[in-house]
Design a binder for this molecule. Structure first.
Ligand code: FES
Length: 346
């Protein structure tokens, strides 16, 4: 390689190597440090400080605007924004304010680093991964130096506005949690069943009479008034679905279960108490029902207690009777929450 194609010798202050034909990849070292305007002019430094503080303040205001937008703008309001067209005003406002909030924090940090923090370039040799005590001490010393050079302690305006911006920005995430939907309140503790509500055969859609339920059969029932057109049909069905079986009263071992039945007709929740699968496999001879998901087995002749599998609780039983017109009706709601998980929460 000819000498004229080699990099020119940099204007550094010693320490670097000069490229030659024998050593074309010589380390040129670091260029001489050029002080910035802010390093030598306190007025310029003050101006940079104000700019950084302004950016952090903008971030704070944008976060507050985000929260205000969330509260004030109706969810169904549509606006025309060029060039996006017709879009949700709420989504646009949330996106813009959160974007400005995060951008202003980033821009403030970058401006701070470029104009006020130390810009002296430092070369460091590679070292073993495990640091020696001396290196750790040096790191701590360098950290302390860096903290001092960043002027974090001295420039209180920057420090305070930055802390304000970083404190406020997570609020955006907290407010977005409200978009997870309405709070469940005590809805998981109750079902549609109430005193006097008829048991409707899920196949025929007709109210059940005791004579419709033969010994050894398995019937599924839903509460009267539950219509497929309802907006919460699936939600209500998932909680209220019933298994109806008929067992000779003398074969029912659990006393309370026998009292809550009507002439041997028992109504149990169809929702497995393990993780909530619908149960549908019934063994006539043993009165066992089997959950197809993880094989939990419940004995319907003994209060639906668990006799096998991972379920931790018996299936809740619904107390039933017959009304004046001869139809099966509920005598109230389940006494405990149906399905899984709630049991452990107390
Ligand atoms: S959901 Fe029924 S056993 Fe797991």
């Amino acid at each position: 390689m000819s000498e004229e194609n080699l990099p020119a010798r940099p204007a550094h202050e010693g320490g670097g190597q000069v490229a030659t034909a024998d050593n074309p990849f010589a380390d040129p070292g670091l260029p001489a440090h050029q002080p910035r305007r802010q390093d030598i002019d306190e007025k310029a430094a003050k101006s940079s400080e104000r700019t950084v503080a302004l950016l952090f303040t903008v971030s704070m205001l944008a976060t507050l605007a985000f929260i205000a937008s969330f509260v004030v703008i109706p969810i169904d309001k549509i606006v025309y924004i060029w060039p996006l067209g017709h879009i949700s005003a709420l989504n646009f406002a949330l996106g813009m304010t959160l974007g400005v909030s995060l951008f202003a924090i980033g821009a403030g940090a970058v401006h701070w680093a470029r104009t006020l923090m130390s810009d002296v370039e430092v070369a460091d040799d590679r070292h073993p991964i495990e640091a020696s005590p001396e290196v750790k001490a040096k790191v701590m010393a360098d950290f302390a130096t860096g903290a001092g050079e960043s002027q974090f302690g001295r420039r209180k305006l920057i420090r305070n506005t930055m802390l304000g911006a970083l404190t406020l920005v997570p609020l955006s995430g907290v407010f977005l949690l409200r978009d997870l939907g309405p709070l469940p309140e005590d809805k998981l503790r109750h079902t549609l069943w109430s005193k006097g509500r008829l048991l409707i055969n899920q196949n025929t859609n007709k109210p059940l009479r005791p004579e419709d339920v033969a010994v050894g059969s398995l019937t599924f029932a839903v509460p009267e008034g539950l219509e497929e057109e309802q907006h919460d049909y699936q939600e209500q069905l998932a909680k209220a679905a019933l298994m109806i079986v008929r067992i000779e009263p003398d074969d029912i071992k659990d006393k309370k279960s026998r009292e809550w039945a009507h002439q041997g007709i028992l109504a149990f929740s169809k929702i497995c108490t393990h993780v909530g699968c619908p149960i549908s496999l019934y063994e006539q001879q043993t009165h066992h029902v089997l959950c197809p998901c993880h094989q939990s087995t419940f004995d319907l002749s003994d209060g639906a207690r668990v006799i096998f599998g991972p379920a931790g609780h018996a299936l809740p039983q619904l107390q039933i009777s017959v009304n004046g017109e001869g139809y099966l009706e509920a005598l109230g709601d389940f006494e405990e929450p149906v399905g899984p998980a709630f049991w452990e929460r107390g």
